[in-house]
Write a protein that binds this ligand. Structure first.
Ligand SMILES: NC(=O)c1ccc[n+]([C@@H]2O[C@H](COP(=O)([O-])OP(=O)(O)OC[C@H]3O[C@@H](n4cnc5c(N)ncnc54)[C@H](O)[C@@H]3O)[C@@H](O)[C@H]2O)c1
Length: 352
């Protein structure tokens, strides 16, 4: 692969993108982080240049694509600058802090015909890809249950007085500051993306959010979404249960799609352990009574996503993954918040 890339933001999530870039053979020209210590190990490893200022990177004509892997509140400014400079952009999720901002970003990318992806990597889990391919086998889809249950410790019985989940009086918790909110934006955004990927855009939803007293983030987001492919029962939950889930490791993420001919169940493994823990797909076919288990090898969906993005950029084509993905998820997040606040169902106002 000949494309030349830069990675802006060398924190936690960047390791997965670096891994994908290394495996697909892209040339890493620059790494950027305001924290030099976070960036230098990557600069050394890939013999890349370092800058604390993303504008240095964007100004380099040798860079084809930038990976924007820092906090969501910085995405808009950097995505706009990169699009302006004619770079292809791969941006971490969630795309922005509001649907309006996300819309402006994707509209700008569309107007400039920039190749632009929001990296929702769960679409690239082999079990999810296979489930998508098997959807026609289900007949008419009538009901889906989708959930992201993540073990965050017991934030239900006690209000934290320090650490990542502590909300100081008059201030902001780190989970909100860094990620824009609680379980809805963290784990919940991924399963909204999977809802969009597998079932299409919902047109109406009713939702409720639980935000504990004294905290500025949610621990539970539950919703009923109406789609052209039936009702979706959706829930993102931060819970204290350490040994639940199909691997009994506290990670309990599942998609179950029921149709007139059968059922698909996807059990996905914790994104931090994707190199060692594989996801599982079960297909029950009501026409012959058979249940088939698809056990895939453990493989990072980040690697597969990065390879796809780089190949598309090399070919100069946006390909099967729409520029709008990040906007669509952010629009659903906004409608979930709205419905919860209004305590009533809301029609989803897609910008288009
Ligand atoms: N796909 C997933 O499952 C997943 C999981 C976790 C996080 N994320 C997303 O990844 C993104 C980054 O999260 P993270 O956990 O890596 O955060 P992080 O805090 O670990 O890393 C962010 C990095 O950005 C750097 N930074 C901050 N401001 C900067 C600036 N102006 N210029 C250059 N560098 C700057 C920080 O020094 C830090 O090293 C977020 O959008 C988050 O939502 C995605």
């Amino acid at each position: 692969m000949t494309i030349k890339v830069a990675v802006i933001g060398c924190g936690n999530i960047s390791q997965f993108h670096f891994s994908g870039l290394e495996k697909c053979g892209a040339e890493i020209k620059w790494v950027c982080d305001i924290n030099r210590e976070a960036a230098m190990p990557w600069a050394d490893k890939f013999e890349a240049r370092y800058s604390a200022d993303y504008r240095d990177i964007i100004a380099d004509p040798a860079v084809d694509a930038v990976f924007v892997t820092l906090l969501s509140r910085l995405h808009k400014e950097i995505c706009f600058a990169a699009i302006d400079a004619g770079k292809a952009v791969i941006c971490e999720k969630t795309l922005a802090e509001s649907a309006e901002d996300a819309w402006e970003i994707v509209q700008y990318a569309e107007a400039k015909k920039t190749i632009f992806y929001t990296s929702y990597m769960k679409r690239f889990i082999p079990a999810v890809e296979k489930a998508k391919a098997l959807l026609p086998e289900l007949g008419t889809i009538i009901s889906t249950h989708i959930r992201a249950y993540q073990c965050w410790g017991d934030l239900w019985s006690e209000t934290p007085t320090e650490g990542f989940f502590y909300t100081p009086p008059g201030g902001m918790s780190l989970v909100r500051k860094n990620y824009g909110g609680g379980i809805l934006v963290c784990g919940g955004s991924h399963i909204l993306d999977l809802t969009l990927f597998l079932l299409g855009r919902p047109h109406r939803l009713y939702a409720t959010l639980h935000e504990p007293e004294g905290s500025d983030y949610d621990l539970q987001a539950a919703a009923l979404l109406e789609t052209d492919n039936g009702i979706v029962h959706y829930e993102a939950l931060a819970h204290p249960l350490t040994k639940i889930g199909f691997l009994r490791d506290g990670w309990d993420e599942k998609v179950e799609i029921n149709g007139t001919n059968g059922r698909l169940e996807v059990y996905s493994s914790n994104w931090t352990d994707v190199e060692t823990k594989a996801s599982l797909l079960v297909h029950y076919d009501n026409r012959n009574g058979n249940s088939t288990e698809y056990r895939f090898a453990a493989e990072s969906p980040f690697d597969r996503a990065v390879e796809f993005f780089c190949q598309q950029i090399e070919q100069g084509e946006q390909g099967s993954q729409s520029r709008l993905t990040g906007y669509e998820v952010d629009e659903l997040i906004e409608h979930i918040k709205l419905s919860s606040k209004q305590k009533q169902a809301v029609e989803i106002q897609w910008k288009t």
